[in-house]
Design a protein. Structure first.
Lengths: 114, 109
């Protein structure tokens, strides 16, 4: 596609349920990033995938969070046993290789845990 | 460790007034600095980067290594500049951009 696509755009879930957020990067972009955007916290790095290398998971806030990237393309961010503090906008970005100025962001998934 | 600090959560200015959005960073090496902008109901997008030394939409930013700052400036604010602005740092050996907490710029008549 022409841009980074994220789905769903909005998700309301009950506390304790699991959720899956999807990111479809720009074709040919080998680097994929997940960030969390919440009020007062700015953009918080979660995880980074680069080609076939092991992902950089250093930003994942707890073991309830995991992500995978299948076939070097689509990525899924999974949050298990959601908590209210997980409510935020989850942003995905992709770039051509590991370069800082080529980030293209998706429109995000707004997650609300009630 | 690398860190980006944007001390102002909200900056409100009148149309035509000068704008300065502050950004300070902490990094031991030579960083690359960026400004990203998010207009209402739009995606986050790159505004400018220090290595290109360009002016985008009238905005400029100069990297001051002595003060570890990368403030964003515009001489005359326009209504359409109202948005959320994020300063970001690329530390070279790191594999991702580190963002500040953002500053909301509000330009009023």
């Amino acid at each position: 596609g022409a841009g980074v696509s994220q789905s769903p755009s909005n998700k309301v879930t009950e506390k304790g349920k699991d959720v899956e957020l999807r990111c479809d990067p720009i074709s040919g972009h080998t680097a994929l990033y997940w960030y969390r955007q919440s009020l007062g916290q700015g953009l918080e790095f979660l995880i980074y995938f680069q080609g076939n290398s092991a992902p950089d998971k250093s930003g994942l806030p707890s073991d309830r969070f995991s992500a995978e990237r299948t076939g070097g393309s689509v990525s899924t961010l999974t949050i298990q046993r959601t908590q209210q503090e997980d409510s935020a906008v989850y942003l995905c970005a992709s770039s051509l290789r590991r370069q800082p100025y080529g980030y293209t962001f998706g429109s995000g998934t707004r997650l609300t845990v009630v | 460790a690398q860190r980006v600090t944007q001390p102002e959560k909200l900056l409100s200015v009148f149309k035509g007034a000068p704008v300065e959005l502050k950004c300070n960073y902490s990094y031991s090496g030579s960083p690359e600095l960026f400004w990203y902008v998010q207009y209402s109901r739009q995606r986050l997008q790159l505004l400018l980067r220090h290595i290109s030394r360009e002016s985008i939409k009238g905005f400029t930013a100069d990297l001051n290594k002595g003060e570890t700052s990368f403030h964003l400036k515009k001489p005359f604010a326009q209504e359409e500049d109202s948005a959320m602005y994020y300063c970001a740092l690329w530390g070279g050996t790191a594999s991702k951009l580190t963002f500040g907490t953002g500053t909301r710029l509000q330009v009023t008549l």
